[in-house]
Design a binder for this molecule. Structure first.
Ligand code: PHE
Length: 448
């Protein structure tokens, strides 16, 4: 262990921090609306399959690289292959982190706004809320400041303790909401939409959406797991830890759908609503409930905390890079990066009706993303960049560093991994890069 580099205090500490990064708006806001847009249950099946056969083995690759090198994504690659241009993949990860952080914090700001909206008893129209520039920018700025404050002070103390208490509360609250939503008249149709697959709905676009969602939700493809893996000790079992992270992340996403779809069909809304889905369906649900204003406010508070443990991790990657590689003091660089990210996210904040210019900012083809700036950013950084980064990183891990070296790293501290040694090497070298490559080709319409 190098001087001044942190280390997770325990295996549980690592699992919680990495799950905190993985579980966030991706599970509760993004997953349900992507399911809604991609035909429901069949998508869920494809998604879970991708999580198990690509997400989990790929995550192990990033963790192994991080633990071996004990570095951020750029430093890790530079440590293994000094001076090579593969370092560029690390830079791509750092930039992707900033890109995601910018639009993600805008949405996190909305969730904070909804705490107060629920308390007021009149959530009002979502559309007019997000098109009010002043409110949205203040909430967005607030969220970035909180994130930076925590990263500034070090992640270990406050936030880890907090999440240990608050995440189980979120879980229990969600179980209650599942029961309530499914008792509403008309909710059965929603469950059917969510759980009875119609496989004729699967096409290339659906598979791409599932892959993008899997990487986004598991925080993969930008070197986050390299960074978090760099704080893990040799005696820890990366294999079983990754299993827990993937399991918790998928569980929360599946649970979110078990609330949303029954509630949505009970209210007669359209599942293809897109990004606003959660902000429309949840308040409707709460307004029907006894004590709904309080339950709703608590729900949005916990969702904000879940988002916070993700934004912290997103900011941590560029900060770790600047501290490790450029030797700048952590306390200063945190605020500089936070301010730059704030500027980068302003167009997203204004793209929901506040500014006509950013609301219709399409530079991507219409089949890929909605025309507003936020959706365009979400596609570029949240889908494309993660998949592309994962393609390059899997080639790097599988062929340049060498899958065998990575597998030896994974075998350390893990009894169970030995049974998967050869399979994993095959997955990392062939299966994962080839599948991602085909999906990316499809994205550019090669198979149309
Ligand atoms: N996984 C987080 C979520 O689902 C988002 C995220 C993506 C965080 C990439 C870090 C890195 O909300």
């Amino acid at each position: 262990m190098q001087a001044n580099r942190g280390e997770w205090s325990s295996k549980i500490g690592f699992i919680l921090a990495a799950s905190g990064s993985a579980i966030g708006l991706g599970n509760i806001w993004r997953f349900p609306y992507i399911v809604g847009q991609n035909g429901g249950a069949a998508f869920v099946v494809v998604y879970l399959l991708i999580v198990v056969i690509i997400g989990l083995p790929y995550m192990l690759g990033e963790l192994a690289l991080g633990r071996t090198s004990q570095k951020n994504p750029v430093g890790a690659i530079d440590a293994i292959t000094p001076g090579s241009s593969w370092k560029g993949v690390g830079y791509l990860g750092v930039i992707t982190g900033l890109g995601i952080l910018s639009f993600y914090s805008v949405i996190a700001g909305w969730t904070v706004g909804y705490i107060f909206k629920m308390l007021s008893g009149h959530p009002g129209s979502f559309g007019s809320f997000i098109s009010d520039p002043l409110q949205v920018i203040i909430l967005y700025a607030f969220f970035i400041v909180i994130t930076a404050t925590i990263v500034h002070g070090g992640v270990s103390g406050g936030i880890e303790r907090w999440s240990k208490i608050l995440m189980p509360v979120l879980f229990v609250l969600m179980v209650g909401l599942i029961i309530y939503a499914n008792s509403l008249p008309g909710s059965g149709k929603g469950l059917e939409f969510y759980l009875m697959p119609d496989f004729s709905k699967i096409d290339g676009r659906v598979i791409l959406a599932a892959l993008g969602q899997a990487f986004f939700s598991l925080s993969l493809g930008m070197g986050l797991m390299i960074t978090y893996g760099s704080y893990v000790t040799k005696s820890d079992d990366l294999f079983s830890s990754a299993g827990y992270i993937v399991f918790f992340d998928s569980l929360i996403a599946i649970m979110a759908g078990l609330i949303i779809f029954p509630a949505l069909f009970a209210s007669g809304l359209n599942p293809e609503e897109g990004a606003k889905l959660v902000f429309v369906v949840f308040p409707e649900l709460f307004m029907k409930m006894p004590a709904g204003t309080i339950v709703g406010a608590i729900f949005f508070l916990l969702l904000s905390v879940a988002a916070l443990t993700s934004t912290i991790s997103l900011l941590e990657v560029p900060v770790a890079f600047m501290v490790d590689e450029k030797k700048v003091p952590r306390k200063k660089i945190v605020w500089i990066i936070a301010f730059a990210t704030f500027l980068l996210g302003l167009p997203s904040a204004l793209s929901q009706g506040a500014s006509e210019f950013f609301t219709n900012f399409a530079f991507l083809p219409q089949r890929l993303a909605d025309p507003d700036f936020l959706s365009q950013m979400s596609f570029v950084f949240g889908d494309f960049s993660l998949a592309f980064g994962a393609l390059l990183l899997s080639i790097y891990i599988g062929w340049i560093w060498g899958a065998k070296n990575a597998a030896l790293e994974l075998a350390e501290g893990s009894r169970f991994f030995k049974g998967f040694f050869t399979v994993w090497i095959f997955m990392m070298r062939y299966f994962i890069p080839i599948v991602i490559f085909i999906i990316l080709l499809n994205l550019f319409g090669i198979f149309d």
